[in-house]
Design a protein around this ligand. Structure first.
Ligand code: FUC
Length: 796
């Protein structure tokens, strides 16, 4: 028998390794020989709103559950009314070089009350206990990224048991389906538990109902009601399958098969309205899903998932036998360099995670996507907007999942409202501002302490990210929708930029280079005019100017922005040849030369202010800064470095860091990113970096009427991937791109123009310029030959 064996007696399983082997497996499947032992072994499923981590035990199945609006607290106003009076003194102390004093004053007067934002919380746990007896053979647990179905199968005696689990974006329920290949074999007890303030009861003899209220947090009273319902639908077997046991458990005896439907909702409607009716919502969802057959629920889920997931195929070479090993072993082996298919799996896993954690109408993916088993997770599993939330969405457009940006767009529109109060109360400024974090309640004031929170550019960065989404989709209605937020973000800086005393450049103040200690201070990070802010503002102002021309409005405002942009402190190269992180040339005196944030390199990625071709001196300086910082860091910080090396066209360097990101140090057995602890941004940043290695695009908008988009093929292909292909990636300007390569050289590319824009096709030093028509397809051999592909003829 070629498998592991579990010996199960009663509720106790003993693992008996027989012979380890490689099973032929689907290239888009994560699989394991054992049930999950810890949470970071369990497999994530989700529909953007509802999530579960599936453990796959033989004697006990465990699904840890999440609903994306179940956070602590309720609507609150964290803005500090003492801030404004302290602002002039804070600025003076900074300009006098008294950074630690300035930071202390910010800590005393300007921070939010409460000092911390609200946490994202677990919903609870569903357990299914099986009265198992006997030796378990052929155990397998897997997650198919192509179908979004997680499965568990094993054999006891001559009976093969199978479970399938998925979360339907169509019917808004989690579905568990239990079968055996002999009749009457499915028996189990099921129950719900939670650390929330909640009760569990049985309704109608077939439904567990958990009702509760969310937790108070940091002095803010819980304002949400929530409910979860588990309906059990047994089939076949003897009569009276369901019996009640104790207060909150249901028992199934000798069914042929069982479907469990799980619905959950809170009373959250939006950041200022908690009047929703979770009971009504979940009852309706369960009733509607109960009318469908399991096969219909499954088919609808798979169809909805594949509509997004199947757009991109990536082939980085054949791993042979190495690809057939269980996923945890492949992670351990990745450094051997013989499993390029694992890198492709990692990329597709990130696409899977984005689809499952951020669908239109849901909350955006937070620090853990939607998967969190704690009431008090690391960094409260919030939206950290000084890098992490942005990184979550880096691969959204390039990896052809533009729809997944919708929740982020909505969040920005929300904080563009709440942030007006922060701008007014804390700065007496127009427009709006958000600092380094936000939460379900869209809080925007500076939090956690002056060394982390006193950074005013979070909202501006998010606006740039939304404008970049516009660059991919070219939808003017979308631009109209986000423009007021962009305009308001820019207005705040028009009102708050100040002249620094040395060069009289305009700078942000107080601010910081996110979370990095100011080398001129003892402990403080506070400073004026960190490079990142000026890069973000240059993008924000430019984007607003372009948008105002496209939308034909706000000419005067655009003029103001252009004049202000010209006075912003410039990018500077320091004495070590580095791109300066601060106004002064002090990088080499840093408290931590290897700090995880590489904020000043925002200009190279995600922005393109620093560009390999257009600004070679600045690119060289950015490279120096990267070398000084070093390659290995926390998960997301490692991923950012890979994107940066790809933008520097050094594919081998990018790949060498990717090896670290995909090693057991930074990738848990279930492939979730180890910050550590778990943080999902590294998964998304890693996938984004892999695209940047294979395809880059940039836009020249000096004439907004006639923007020129450049698509660059294989800009940073590493030697490790000599042969391969990718289809369905997206490039700025509305292009869908496929390419294939052999012996490290581009063989051919096809480009579908979705918007009819002019573009430059670049491969190395070869650049071809071409005017396209909407929906036209082109073929390019990477040299001279461009052919239009005739649209398919519709036969009469
Ligand atoms: C920033 C980072 C930390 C962590 C946190 C959520 O503060 O510096 O590494 O990722 O966000």
């Amino acid at each position: 028998m070629k498998s592991l064996t579990l010996l199960v007696t009663g509720f106790c399983a003993v693992l008996l390794p027989l012979s380890l082997h490689a099973e032929s497996t689907d290239p888009l499947t994560l699989w394991y020989r054992e049930p999950a032992i810890g949470w970071t072994n369990a497999l994530p499923i989700g529909n953007g709103r509802l999530g579960a981590m599936v453990f796959g035990g033989v004697e006990r199945e465990h699904l840890q559950l999440n609903e994306d609006t179940l956070w602590g607290g309720g609507p609150y106003d964290p803005n500090n009314t003492n801030a404004l009076a302290a602002l002039p003194e804070v600025r003076k102390l900074i300009f006098d070089g008294k950074y630690d004093e300035a930071s202390a004053l910010v800590g005393e007067k300007m921070m939010a009350t409460p000092l911390r934002q609200m946490p994202y919380e677990t919903l609870g746990d569903l357990f299914l206990d099986f009265p198992t007896n006997g030796t378990v053979e052929n155990y397998r647990r897997d997650l198919n990224l192509d179908t979004a179905v997680a499965s568990v199968s094993y054999k006891i005696g001559d009976i093969t048991f199978k479970r399938e689990m998925f979360v339907s974006p169509v019917n808004q329920v989690i579905v568990i389906h239990l079968t055996a290949d002999k009749p009457g074999q499915i028996s189990f007890t099921t129950g719900l538990t939670t650390p929330q303030k909640a009760t569990v009861k049985v309704e109608n003899g077939d439904t567990l109902v958990m009702s509760g209220v969310n937790a108070d947090a940091n002095g803010i009273k819980g304002a949400l009601k929530f409910q979860a319902r588990v309906r059990i639908l047994p089939k076949g077997g003897s009569a009276g399958l369901l019996t009640l046991m104790g207060a909150g458990n249901l028992v199934v005896n000798h069914a042929d098969s069982v479907t469990l439907l799980i619905a959950a909702a809170t009373s959250y409607r939006n950041y200022h309205d908690t009047s929703g009716q979770p009971e009504k919502i979940t009852k309706k969802q369960i009733a509607a899903a109960s009318r469908k057959s399991f096969n219909d629920l499954r088919a609808a889920t798979i169809a909805a998932h594949q509509k997004l997931f199947r757009r991109v195929e990536l082939n980085l070479g054949d791993s042979g036998e190495a690809a057939n090993l269980p996923t945890d072993e492949r992670i351990r082996n990745f450094d051997n360099g013989n499993d390029p298919q694992f890198a492709a799996l990692y990329f597709q896993f990130a696409r899977y995670l984005l689809i499952c954690s951020s669908r239109p109408g849901t909350q955006p993916a937070n620090l853990q996507g939607i998967w969190n088993n704690s009431m008090n997770p690391p960094w409260s599993s919030k939206y950290t907007i000084n890098i992490n939330t942005e990184m979550n969405y880096w691969p959204a457009d390039t990896a052809n999942l533009g729809e997944c940006v919708e929740p982020l767009t909505q969040l920005v529109l929300d904080i563009a409202q709440t942030g007006k109060r922060t701008a007014k109360i804390e700065y007496d400024a127009g427009g709006w501002v958000a600092h380094h974090n936000t939460d379900l309640w869209r809080a925007t004031a500076p939090i956690d302490g002056p060394q982390y929170g006193m950074w005013p550019s979070g909202g501006a960065w998010l606006c740039n990210q939304l404008f970049d989404h516009y660059e991919f989709i070219g939808d003017k209605n979308y631009l109209k929708k986000i423009y007021p937020a962009m305009r308001g973000a820019a207005q705040f800086f028009l009102d708050t930029l100040v002249e620094e005393p040395t060069h009289h450049w305009l700078v942000t103040c107080p601010s910081m280079s996110p979370e990095n200690t100011n080398p001129l201070a003892k402990h403080a990070s506070i400073t004026d005019g960190p490079t990142m802010d000026l890069e973000i503002l240059r993008d924000l102002f430019t984007n607003c100017i372009v948008a105002s021309e496209i939308l034909g409005k706000d000419k005067h405002f655009a003029g103001q922005l252009a004049a202000t942009r010209a006075r912003l402190a410039p990018l500077q190269v320091g004495h070590a040849g580095q791109l300066q992180e601060w106004l002064q040339d002090i990088d080499m005196q840093a408290h931590d030369l290897h700090h995880r944030h590489v904020s000043h390199l925002y200009g190279l990625f995600p922005s393109d202010q620093i560009d390999f071709y257009n600004t070679p001196e600045l690119a060289a300086a950015a490279k120096k800064s990267l070398e000084i910082r070093g390659d290995e860091s926390t998960g997301w910080a490692t991923a950012w470095r890979i994107n940066l090396w790809a933008r520097l066209h050094d594919g081998d360097h990018a790949y060498s860091i990717l090896r670290f990101l995909l090693s057991p140090e930074r990738t848990y057995p279930d492939m979730l990113d180890a910050h550590p602890p778990f943080q999902i941004d590294g998964n998304f940043g890693g996938a984004s970096a892999m695209v940047e290695m294979l395809l880059q695009s940039r836009v020249d908008e000096s004439d907004p009427e006639q923007p020129v988009y450049e698509i660059e093929f294989l800009p940073a292909l590493p030697k490790a991937w000599p042969d391969g292909s990718v289809s369905g990636l997206r490039a700025r300007g509305g292009f869908e791109v496929s390419e294939n390569w052999k012996d490290g050289k581009l063989v051919s590319a096809t480009i579908k123009s979705l918007e009819g824009n002019r573009c430059h096709l670049r491969y190395g030093q070869t650049v071809e310029s071409i005017k396209t028509k909407k929906d036209q397809e082109l073929f390019w051999d990477g040299q001279k030959k461009i052919e239009f592909i005739a649209p398919p003829q519709i036969s009469p």
